[in-house]
Ligand binder design. Structure first.
Ligand code: FPP
Length: 253
């Protein structure tokens, strides 16, 4: 990955993609990709990891600083145990294989979602990846794993209620900004662009709070086939859109 040359650039964009700092992706379609080839679903997830590697690389080269991907949802526990275990195994092998390279390239890894409920070895590896990259600031890779947007908001509300009870937070002082600080994504900017692959048109409980003003792009490509050209197309579409954040622009429509 080519790291972004100026780590101080934040909301203004990097220059290559002005105004576009943070891309979030719902990596959907692994199962269908595998089924179309007569392969087990896990094979689709394996190819999905390769697509993730390509995308991290391409995003860095294209000047994106924040990439957040949906890898395992709180609803995914309903899948057969073998598939759930395969996803745990893929997260572990991704960290084992890629951590030292990502660390060297200045990537900060963060895993968002519920930590409780994860197998101990997965939780320990996640912790290690976060700790070892905590000082990096060239590129921010956030992996949503055992993540659900509603659960994240409920957990934040619980923690705010506890702080109010403890007297460290005043109920009157709770603003949108306060809520943001209690979410798993605290300190990350909201996604400018949210991409979902595989032709489905849903958010599926991903970044519900954070995507309030994100541009949404739905692509037909199945995630294992996602590559740099898909990312470039999505970025080009993003730049064709006007972001108004609720304001009305003058002119006829
Ligand atoms: C959705 O496809 C995808 C997932 C539930 C898992 C996404 C995981 C990866 C891309 C690889 C894991 C990466 C890491 C770092 C752990 P689906 O299985 O729902 O596909 P379908 O809708 O075609 O069945």
């Amino acid at each position: 990955m080519s790291p972004v040359s100026n780590p101080d650039v934040t909301r203004a964009g990097s220059g290559q993609t002005p105004g576009l700092d943070h891309i979030a992706i719902i990596m959907d379609g692994n199962g269908r990709w595998a089924k179309a080839r007569g392969l087990p679903r896990a094979a689709g997830h394996e190819r999905g990891v390769e697509a993730l590697r390509r995308t991290v690389e391409a995003a860095g080269e294209l000047g994106i600083r924040y990439l957040t991907v949906f890898s395992f949802s709180t609803e995914n526990w309903r899948r057969p145990a073998a598939e759930v275990n395969a996803l745990f195994g893929l997260l572990k092998s991704y960290v084992h294989r890629d951590l030292s390279r990502l660390k060297q390239e200045g990537v900060r890894i963060r895993v968002i979602g519920q930590r409780t409920g994860l197998p101990d070895d997965v939780a320990a590896l996640v912790e290690k990846a976060e700790q070892e990259t905590a000082l990096n600031n060239e590129f921010f890779l956030t992996i949503a794993f055992n993540y659900g947007g509603r659960e994240e908001i409920a957990r934040a509300a619980r923690r705010m209620a506890e702080a109010v009870q403890a007297g460290t937070l005043s109920a009157d002082a709770i603003t949108e900004e306060t809520v943001g600080r209690y979410l798993d994504t605290a300190s990350l900017p909201d996604p400018d662009l949210l991409i979902r692959t595989s032709g489905e048109y849903r958010l599926s409980n991903f970044l519900l709070w954070q995507s309030a003003y994100s541009e949404l792009i739905f692509a037909d490509v199945l995630w294992p086939d996602f590559d740099r050209s898909c990312l470039e197309s999505a970025i080009a579409m993003y730049h064709e859109r006007e972001r108004r954040f609720g304001a009305v622009l003058p002119g006829a429509c």
